[in-house]
Design a protein around this ligand. Structure first.
Ligand SMILES: O=c1ccn([C@H]2C[C@H](O)[C@@H](CO)O2)c(=O)[nH]1
Length: 146
């Protein structure tokens, strides 16, 4: 009783959360709306969507917004799964694999908590299931700074 057993996230539920987050994207320049959902060992879920900028190169990706939101809430570990989905509103969903910068940003939170989260890239006929360590092998992170 009163234990803190890790919760295994449900793939469909997490993808639905990412899809819902994508509806809140601010993407007037690319019209490519992305949602990301982070699942934590305590069962909590934190989402993000991409936030673009008139200075195009300053766009914030959905995954980065989600990590920033979680860390701003005080989270420093326990990241067990990530779902990402994107697409143009009204169009077919597209499989989105996190960009290079997002992989590094996700790695910060993952490595802090000693996890290697599963990454569910949804949108295609089948969900592409990867590990962060597949996307960013030999990652540089907080552990490297001693
Ligand atoms: O993993 C990704 C890849 C792209 N984008 C956003 C950035 C930009 O706003 C739009 C088109 O690249 O999609 C994300 O949010 N996450």
């Amino acid at each position: 009783m009163g234990g803190t057993a890790a919760v295994t996230p449900n793939q469909n539920t997490l993808i639905a959360a990412a899809r819902d987050a994508a509806t809140r994207a601010y993407a007037p320049y690319s019209d490519f709306h992305v949602g990301a959902a982070l699942a934590f060992a305590d069962g909590s879920v934190v989402t993000g969507s991409n936030v673009e900028n008139a200075s195009y190169g300053l766009a914030l990706c959905a995954e980065t917004v989600a990590v920033a939101s979680a860390m701003n809430a005080g989270t420093r570990g326990g990241l067990v799964a990530v779902a990402v989905i994107g697409g143009k509103p009204g169009g077919a969903p597209a499989t989105v694999t996190p960009c290079g910068r997002c992989r590094q940003v996700l790695n910060e939170l993952a490595q802090l908590g000693g996890t290697d989260p599963v990454i569910w890239c949804a949108g295609g006929a089948e969900v592409l299931e990867l590990r962060l360590s597949d996307l960013l092998p030999h990652a540089f992170g907080p552990a490297n700074l001693g």
